[in-house]
Write a protein that binds this ligand. Structure first.
Ligand code: ZN
Length: 410
């Protein structure tokens, strides 16, 4: 009986802060050795006593075939498959950061509970726990790296309840994890009321203006399509993907004579006003401020509610800023269905695959000049920070009107 017995903490398999599956396995084996237990079947019988009751690991063990549970060698093999050693799962930090960004919590999930190792857990708590462990694995948990992007992907209700800036992942995750379900429910209720109001206001707006392509700037012949998600291994790789320049296949049918003078004011003054000579690189404070501005103007999805919300954003912008020029302080609404901001998008049509200079989009498929300016300011200041994770948006110009198209209410 030399020395004191090592204490083995029970294992839950839930990726908690201080839980390292490989170390647990080694500890367990040492423990068996110290106790002079060497018989494979006896070790196997002992194993369950080192698993946290009701945990993920406990449930995993219960699900193993009886023959596997009876053999330590087989258990060990299965355990290593289920909880690979850190060496096996080593990934580059960039890949892991992308994974974190992709691991999203949706508004629909908020009121649900998730079973973790047989225990009911609120979805936001489960999300927070998982994301923190991912951040730890990516070794960014003591920094504020990509917190901004991840925060922005959170449901609005959550964003409303937490701070806008965090020094570390620990702070960020703690705030999310500690949110009381009561407050989340209240927020959801408020938001649903607000959405109802928005729809009502849109109907009012549409009552005042002819319901045409006005609200989206698109005609039936034009649509933006979502192409396969741009799942590049990481942003750095994505940066090297150089899409072939768009063939100017379709000299646009809308510009041909018919337009008259009315369109001319939109003539191709690229929204990408090039920086005159040298410009001081933006400071961190300026970048942070701009990110907050982007946050203030959420990019709504291309559905009825999203377009309604967009119409309100546009109207509010007009009310607030009138005819002033777009600057870094006047975030401009983003047209639903267009590319994510700062994703190497074209500042003329809001799609991917080409630069503004090469843009062949006809007038009525373009985004407004204000929006183009806003997008270019953001990209100039922050760089293509969303490039690796944006859904690719291509502009599709259909050659003919479909038969049920009832003409464009021009
Ligand atoms: Zn374009």
């Amino acid at each position: 009986m030399a020395g004191e017995r090592e204490i083995v903490k029970v294992f839950s398999g839930e990726g908690g802060n201080d839980e390292n599956p490989s170390n647990f396995l080694r500890q367990f084996s040492r423990h068996m050795l110290t106790a002079s237990i060497t018989d494979d079947a006896v070790i196997a019988r002992n194993f369950i006593n080192y698993l946290d009751a009701g945990s993920t690991a406990d449930a995993w063990f219960a699900d193993l075939p009886a023959a596997t549970r009876a053999s330590w060698a087989l258990i060990e093999t299965e355990f290593n498959k289920r909880w690979p050693s850190p060496v096996q799962i080593k990934k580059t930090s960039a890949e892991m950061q992308k994974e974190i960004c992709d691991y999203q919590l949706t508004e629909e999930e908020l009121e649900k509970t998730v079973k973790i190792g047989g225990k009911d857990t609120h979805a936001h708590v489960a999300w927070a726990t998982k994301v923190l462990s991912m951040a730890q694995k990516a070794k960014i948990d003591q920094t504020d790296i990509i917190i901004w992007q991840v925060r922005r992907n959170l449901p609005l209700v959550i964003r409303d309840l937490i701070a806008t800036e965090f020094a570390t992942w620990d702070d960020f995750i703690k705030e999310v994890r500690d949110l009381k379900m009561e407050r989340i429910r209240e927020g959801l209720e408020k938001e649903r009321r607000r959405n109802g109001d928005i729809l009502k206001r849109l109907q009012e707006i549409e009552g005042r203006f002819p319901v045409s392509s006005q609200s989206t700037g698109l005609t039936p012949q034009l649509r933006r399509t979502f192409v396969t998600p741009a799942v590049q291994a990481n942003a750095a790789q994505a940066a090297r993907v150089d899409p072939p320049p768009r063939a100017p296949a379709n000299p646009n049918p809308f510009n041909v004579g018919a337009g008259g003078q009315g369109n001319l004011r939109f003539t191709r003054q690229p929204a990408t006003a090039q920086a005159p000579q040298t410009r001081e690189p933006p400071t961190q404070a300026q970048k942070d401020a701009l990110r907050r501005r982007i946050d203030e103007m959420p990019h709504h999805p291309d559905d009825a509610a999203g377009r309604a919300a967009y119409a309100i954003q546009l109207r509010d912008w007009q009310t607030t800023y009138g005819n002033t020029r777009v600057t870094e302080n006047t975030p401009f609404p983003l047209l639903p269905g267009t590319a994510m901001i700062c994703s190497e998008e074209c500042f003329t049509c809001g799609c991917h695959g080409h630069k503004s200079r090469q843009c062949t989009a006809p007038e009525n498929a373009r985004i407004s000049r204000n929006e183009g300016t806003w997008r270019s300011i953001c990209t100039r200041t922050l760089g293509p920070i969303n490039q690796g994770r944006a859904v690719a948006i291509n502009l599709v110009i259909e050659e003919y009107e479909d038969s049920q198209g009832n003409g464009v209410g021009l």
